[in-house]
Design a protein around this ligand. Structure first.
Ligand code: MGD
Ligand code: MGD
Ligand code: SF4
Ligand code: MO
Length: 736
């Protein structure tokens, strides 16, 4: 028997799969990518290829568990569902009575991207409760905001259309690792002569497979984009017809970018000015050029502005006119999926609970009201801060699902101090006993994608997909939806919202859609085919004829940004790692540190660059996704851990020499937040001044029980309140 479904992971490819089930035993025996899906094309990645192994793994949680040891020790005893729901509901009820519902905080991200198991029944539950709301900022908000200010909505070329590009720029994305189904289309473009260029501080496997690698200093992409605009405008490589018809603010921008010459950008980015000029010319001349940016370049203090600047480029050159032209950050804006019926905001009534920023979980769990006030979501300069007495009640209950904050959230010292609070009730819904699960008071076994219904809205292509359960739940596990349904009943919520079963919820969601792009997406078609393309023309050219902004134009100058407290024109915002005290002296090899205070960086006939800051002993640490993990998912399984070997840190030979580190040395990385042990890999595949540690390892499976998020901070990006994971400084030393 073949059952069709779709990969639930936080990955742009959202692959359609088919599972072979042995009818006699009911066991899944094989999983394959669907050959008839235009993007999956019959292939799953090397992780999900082994999804059955994960599903049937002996470490799977199969029964509800209750803590018996101290917090964090991960010692539990099995209990039944009835007892688990009764006890949790009673404690939640007590917390509501004593502190109010805002003392309950959900914490979830994208363990599954399914609309039902992701944020369906759980939203109904937390809305009905009136719990604290969670700003889900950990991944993409900075870039989303930056993109949206320019275009009005986050959309881009379809992956299939990359085949039509005449130049492909992969800008801060390791495509072969995190978006592998885009690669075949890029290869098609290449066969037609399109060069593939990668801009990245590291020579990743994608950079190796490309035609050209342009190394860049982390967090400086905004400067590169400004210099490209400078060249495009000063050399008149502009598509004036497009600019006239579809943009606003060109004159102001043209005046403004005169400041940002390639020689200026060279000093910031480390990319030689001549190379920037050549890149800008090739980019503008290729009709069209496709740019794949992803989230790597926005995990920096200035991440929002970097994306904003890059999003401006295809409007200047008119690339949006052509099939395969434009910038793809995320395609999710193509979907107009109305989730009101799913999430039932009406259950909240007139209540307006506070919203806490997930990346400040450490602050949110603090008993110090000043820190809790800082955890309030206030992403724009105009939002200002909150006084401690406005912080609201301490968090008394944390309900974690689809996420593993004790490994993925920044500033682990603070996160763990919060999770270790004896007075905090922590409930974790999980497949495995993760780092976070160790802190649970109640650990509840959840089903995997093989065991439940869902609908997936991709962000990397245009096919909505239905997931059918292929097998019965493993052990006593239950879908998230059912766990929240039971908790709702336990709390005495008798609304219809908690009576509806999963299939009827999904059916009703599909039936409730009215947007023209959803025309033809019916439950029947989803059942029959498994996936349905949005009702969009082919070729799909999201911004060929205008933009969903108030004036219908691309915002080269953005009034909205000015209102929100940002520079209205594309600007240069430095990353955190640059400080005012010291200057960076730059040469063509990359970062060279000049710690002579106050000395002007030399410049080739241009104005001196803005102050650049780096502590002379510190290196910048970036921690992008590991090839064989999906965030922390898969990182507990031998097969995948084995492929990644051990927690490694890449270091350039020059830095290794100056820091006294040799290949395969055990090293400590340290900063004001903490200290972590890794193994050094000395390689010229990362630029001098930068360390790369691929992530996300389980802390408890790492040599010293910690992962790199002990070093990252709760600092937020310029836009969207997102994390600055790749914008931190550390020292490195050989561990003795
Ligand atoms: N195999 C695998 N796939 C994944 C994931 C995973 O963990 N493993 N995670 C999934 C998730 S949640 C997400 S959000 C996406 C992430 O997708 P991406 O953010 O695109 O992550 P990567 O593909 O690693 O690409 C990031 C690249 O950016 C580079 N980089 C870092 N800082 C900078 C910078 O300042 N400028 C530039 N130009 N480059 C920079 C890094 O070296 C890295 O090569 O991938 C998804 N897919
Ligand atoms: N240093 C550093 N830190 C990072 C990043 C980085 O690049 N560097 N990347 C960041 C990014 S982009 C992201 S998106 C976040 C990712 O953060 P998370 O979304 O927390 O990702 P995962 O670590 O994969 O955790 C997902 C958990 O959900 C569980 N799960 C999956 N499906 C279900 C289900 O149906 N029900 C239940 N109850 N559980 C389920 C999985 O078993 C897994 O333990 O991490 C961020 N952290
Ligand atoms: S993780 Fe991504 S590439 Fe792998 S199967 Fe899932 S959607 Fe496809
Ligand atoms: Mo992410």
């Amino acid at each position: 028997m073949l059952i069709t479904g779709v990969c639930p992971h936080d990955c742009p490819d959202t692959c359609a799969w088919q599972v072979t089930v042995d009818e006699a035993s009911g066991r899944a025996t094989r999983i394959q990518g669907r050959p008839d899906h235009p993007v999956t094309q019959g292939r799953l990645c090397g992780k999900v290829d082994h999804y059955l192994e994960r599903t049937y793994h002996p470490d799977r949680l199969t029964t509800p568990l209750k803590r018996v040891g101290p917090k964090g020790a991960g010692r539990f005893q099995p209990i039944g569902w009835e007892q688990a729901i009764r006890e949790i509901s009673a404690r939640l009820g007590g917390i509501v009575a004593r502190y109010g519902p805002e003392a309950i905080m959900p914490f979830s991200y994208a363990g599954t991207m399914g609309i039902l198991q992701g944020g369906g029944m759980s939203s109904r539950f937390f809305n009905r409760l009136g719990a604290t709301r969670l700003a889900r900022t950990i991944c993409s908000e900075a870039g989303f905001e930056g993109f949206q200010y320019v275009t009005g909505r986050v959309m881009g070329p379809a992956p299939e259309d990359f085949a039509h590009a005449r130049l492909v720029l992969i800008w801060g994305n390791n495509t072969l690792t995190s978006n592998m189904h885009l690669w075949p289309f890029i290869q098609q473009a290449r066969k037609q002569g399109a060069p593939v260029i990668v801009i990245d501080p590291a020579r990743t496997r994608t950079a190796r497979a490309a035609d050209e690698w342009i190394p860049i200093r982390p967090g400086t992409d905004g400067a590169l984009a400004l210099a490209m605009m400078h060249v495009i405008i000063s050399e008149d490589l502009v598509d004036h017809d497009y600019v006239r018809a579809h943009t606003t603010g060109f004159e102001a921008l043209a005046q403004w970018v005169r400041e940002f010459a390639p020689a200026w950008a060279e000093k910031i980015t480390g990319i030689p000015a001549t190379r920037i000029v050549r890149l800008a010319r090739r980019y503008a001349d290729a009709k069209p050029a496709a740019v794949r940016i992803n989230y790597g370049l926005q995990r920096h203090a200035a991440g929002g502005m970097a994306v904003r600047n890059i999003a401006t480029l295809p409007a200047l050159t008119g690339h949006w006119r052509y099939r395969g032209g434009g910038v793809l950050l995320s395609g999710s804006g193509a979907f107009h999926l109305d989730k009101t019926m799913l999430k039932r905001p009406d259950l909240l009534g007139a209540r307006q609970p506070r919203t806490l920023n997930m990346i400040r979980l450490g602050d949110a769990l603090s008993l110090d009201s000043g820190r809790r006030a800082r955890a309030h979501y206030a992403p724009r300069p105009v939002d200002g801060g909150l006084a401690p007495d406005e912080a609201g009640p301490p968090v008394q209950a944390l309900i974690v699902y689809n996420s593993n904050p004790a490994a993925v959230a920044p500033d682990q010292a603070a996160v763990r101090a919060g999770l270790a609070r004896e007075d905090l009730l922590t409930v974790v819904l999980e497949h495995f006993q993760t780092d976070t699960a160790d802190y649970a008071d109640y650990l509840l076994p959840a089903t995997t994608q093989l065991e439940h219904w869902d609908i997936l809205k991709p962000y990397g292509h245009l096919y909505l997909a239905l997931n059918r359960p292929a097998i019965a739940p493993v052990g006593d596990s239950l879908p998230n939806s059912e766990i929240f349904r039971r908790l709702a009943r336990g709390l005495g919520f008798d609304d219809d919202a908690f009576e509806q079963d999963d299939v009827s919820i999904l059916q009703e969601v599909i039936a409730a859609q009215t947007h023209p792009t959803m025309a033809g997406v019916t439950w029947q078609r989803l059942l029959e085919k498994g996936f349905v393309r949005l009702n969009l023309p082919d070729p799909y050219l999201p911004f060929a004829d205008g933009f969903p902004t108030p004036d219908g134009k691309c915002q080269l100058y953005s009034r909205q940004m000015a209102d929100d407290g940002y520079p209205p024109l594309p600007a240069w915002t430095p990353p955190n790692w640059m400080n005012e005290d010291q200057r960076l002296k730059i040469n063509d090899q990359g970062l060279k540190i000049d710690d002579r205070k106050g000395k002007q960086a030399t410049s080739s006939g241009q104005d001196a660059s803005p102050p650049l800051i780096i502590n002379h002993q510190s290196l910048i640490l970036i921690s992008p996704p590991a090839h064989n993990f999906l965030n922390t998912t898969f990182a507990n399984l031998e097969r995948f851990r084995g492929r990644e070997e051990e927690p490694l840190v890449w270091i350039h030979p020059d830095d290794a020499a100056s820091q006294g580190v040799a290949h395969e040395d055990a090293v400590f990385l340290e900063n004001e937040n903490g200290r972590v042990q890794l193994t050094a890999r000395v390689t010229a595949d990362v630029i001098p001044g930068v360390l790369l540690a691929s992530t996300i390892w389980w802390a408890k499976l790492s040599p010293d029980g910690r992962n790199v998020n002990w070093l990252t901070s709760q600092d937020e990006t310029d836009m969207g309140g997102s994390p600055t994971f790749y914008d931190i400084q550390v020292t490195i030393q050989k561990s003795l």
